[in-house]
Design a protein around this ligand. Structure first.
Ligand code: HEM
Length: 142
């Protein structure tokens, strides 16, 4: 069944979120996340080869996909009770903000051509996304 929820998204200037997906794989968020995964893979590859110019392009692609992701509440939101949904979406947005900060750090390391620092930020992004997935992905969503 298709559902529409109206949740005020703090600080995003978006008045409502709609859920038109029957499974987590049908969401725009899922598609954006797949773009983020591609950007991360390309980043790892280029950083290993110290290709900072290409790495900067993939970091920019990661930033754009992540900003888009931040506008879409997780599929799991609609599985929660209504009184839990707002706090869940706010926590999600905070975790997305943390990701955007890490991406800014990554871009700074790449601009300085500091491969070691960039590698450390990549590891921090991996850790952050692993714990965020535990918190925000619906069960069985992969
Ligand atoms: C660069 C960091 C990240 C990458 C590469 C990434 C990648 C992915 C991928 C490939 C999926 C598809 C399902 C799977 O294969 O597990 C996914 C799903 C998902 N991710 Fe991420 N992710 C990242 C960060 C985050 C963060 C920080 C959050 C939360 C703040 C998050 C929340 C989700 C959610 C909720 C889904 C399920 C889709 C839905 O509910 O509609 N991800 N992610």
């Amino acid at each position: 069944m298709k559902k529409t929820l109206a949740i005020m998204a703090l600080g995003l200037g978006i008045g409502s979120f709609s859920f038109a997906a029957d499974t987590c794989r049908d969401t725009e968020l899922y598609a954006n996340m797949e773009d983020m995964r591609s950007a991360m893979r390309n980043l790892s590859f280029e950083l290993r080869a110290s290709n900072f110019e290409s790495a900067a392009e993939h970091a920019q692609a990661l930033l754009v996909s992540s900003e888009l992701s931040a506008e879409h509440p997780p599929f799991r939101t609609q599985q929660l009770n209504e009184d839990e949904q707002q706090a869940f979406v706010e926590n999600y947005q905070q975790s997305m903000d943390r990701l955007l900060e890490l991406i800014a750090d990554l871009q700074a390391s790449i601009a300085e051509e500091d491969g070691r620092a960039a590698g450390q930020v990549m590891a921090a992004i991996d850790n952050h996304s692993r714990s965020s997935h535990r918190q925000f992905k619906a069960r069985g969503c992969n």
